[in-house]
Design a protein around this ligand. Structure first.
Ligand code: ADP
Length: 468
């Protein structure tokens, strides 16, 4: 349960929203506070140096360091300083302390020694939270150091104002955090809402509501997914419909010869004193219906085998000229029955990597059709040619032709332009499906050109080298 919640896109996007919006807020407020601190310290330092320099100059100008030691100025310093100020002479003696504690005492530290050498120095004393400035009192004419001024200034005020700034910032950040959390909660919910719809829809499809469309709008990616999903379902429905249609067709086609047999058998059984000739005639009819039934079953089995995914082609190098010639020779007697003349035009010797049995069956089907749908005393021209990539087999007849609007459909299973005629000629409507499937398996193409009452031409092209 917890895993489901924490692993969900909603939870993850919620966390990302929160982090991405709060982190900069915290960093920014810290940066502002720290820059405020630096600026404040800078101002304080400059102020302390300025005051110390003023005192130093005034001490010299008012003659404190003259021989008569004019101390008048010392009495006015208190009004000038706000932090603590010490004035130390060259011997390390405190001559002025604004707090009046160290006056008259010796006060020598490392900083003061450096100051007496002419060095100015600023430092921050963390423990006391004060800034400290040591400035030498320099006689500009003689370039000699006469003493040092030490100024310290408490940073208490800056610390309290920063603390109150921090509090205000914290309050603002907290306010934003709450606002961002609420906003992120809703936006993450809004983002993942289409997924919920999607899941609900998929569950519906699984339960059988397959006809319903998934409609998710307003979100490009999700909309795209839903469109693709709808296409997939649509395709699935088409496949399912084709399957149902195929099963219905198969049942119908298998039933027709059976019904004929039943009618024939019943009518002969109902008669009495039937002559031997009539029996024979009926039995011959029944026999031809059995043949028809078995042809349909054979064709169906061939198609099913071709359809199987693991149905591999048995590829060998085959002399195509010999294969076509042998096929035509086998079919010659059938053509002969309709006085159809068969011509074979072979332009070059062709050797190709093909499945010999399957291609032989495809050629047989094409030539058989050319015979079946030809007129008596018609002509069938089979021609074979090749370039460096593929061979081309054309089977052309002078038969009844195919109506223009049927040409696209003749490769469909069980499709026949004229059902009764095709049935009379022993057609099952599966021959061309077998041909086109075989050609496609060889990565070839098949095209049909036809004109009614003039004839039909099938053009098959197959690569010489098999593509693995
Ligand atoms: P069938 O077993 O009925 O011949 P096919 O799949 O071989 O089935 O062919 C489908 C349909 O295409 C046939 O019923 C026929 O109407 C038409 N057809 C095929 N070949 C020819 C042809 N050479 N001339 C005219 N019509 C043809």
């Amino acid at each position: 349960m917890y895993k489901k919640i924490f692993g969900s896109i909603r939870f993850k996007s919620f966390i990302i929203f929160v982090i991405v919006s709060i982190a900069p807020l915290i960093v920014l407020s810290n940066m502002l506070i720290s820059s405020f601190h630096t600026d404040y310290e800078d101002v304080m330092r400059k102020n302390m140096f300025r005051k110390a320099n003023t005192i130093a100059t005034n001490l010299i100008v008012t003659g404190y360091f003259n021989e008569d030691r004019n101390e008048v100025y010392l009495n006015t310093i208190n009004a000038l300083v706000d932090g603590r100020t010490l004035i130390i002479d060259i011997n390390g003696m405190v001559i002025f302390d604004s707090n009046d504690i160290e006056t008259g005492k010796l006060y020598v530290t490392e900083g003061i020694i450096e100051g007496l050498k002419g060095e100015s120095k600023y430092s921050y004393l963390k423990k006391e939270n004060v800034g400290k400035v040591v400035t030498p009192i320099m006689d500009t004419q003689t370039k000699t150091v006469l003493g040092v001024i030490v100024t310290t200034n408490s940073y208490e005020s800056i610390t309290t104002s920063i603390a109150s700034m921090k509090n205000t910032a914290l309050l603002i950040v907290m306010g934003f955090v709450i606002l961002i959390i609420i906003l992120s909660y809703f936006t993450s919910g809004l983002l993942t809402k289409p997924f919920k719809l999607f899941i609900k829809y998929i569950k519906g499809v699984t339960e059988g509501h397959i006809d319903e469309m998934l409609i998710v709008r307003g979100n490009n990616e999700i909309e795209e997914i839903s469109i693709s999903f709808n296409h997939m379902i649509q395709r699935f429905l088409e496949v399912e419909e084709n399957r149902q249609q195929f099963v219905a067709n198969v049942s119908h086609e298998l039933k027709t010869p059976l019904s004929s047999m039943k009618v024939l058998a019943e009518s002969i059984l109902s008669r009495e004193d039937v002559s031997k000739e009539i029996y024979r005639e009926f039995l011959e009819d029944i026999n031809s219906e059995v043949d028809r039934e078995s042809k349909i079953i054979n064709d169906l089995l061939t198609l099913v085998t071709l359809d199987k995914k693991d149905n591999a082609l048995n590829i060998t190098k085959v002399n195509v000229n010999e294969l076509v010639e042998a096929t035509l020779k086998r079919l010659k007697p059938i053509a002969g029955k309709k006085n159809i003349q068969m011509i074979f035009e072979s332009y070059r010797s062709i050797s190709a990597e093909i499945d010999e049995t399957k291609i032989a069956l495809a050629i047989t089907n094409l030539v058989e059709n050319a015979i079946k749908y030809n007129k008596d005393f018609g002509l069938i021209t089979t021609s074979l040619n090749a370039d460096h990539k593929e061979f081309e087999l054309i089977v052309k007849d002078t038969g009844i032709g195919i109506p223009e609007d049927s040409i696209d459909k003749i490769f469909e299973r069980f499709y026949r332009t004229d059902k009764t005629r095709s049935r009379d000629t022993g057609g099952t409507g599966l021959g061309l499906s077998i041909v086109s499937k075989t050609v496609r398996m060889h990565y070839g193409t098949i095209k049909c050109e036809s004109e009614e009452e003039k004839g039909t031409k099938f053009i098959v092209k197959i690569p010489l080298k098999h593509i693995v």
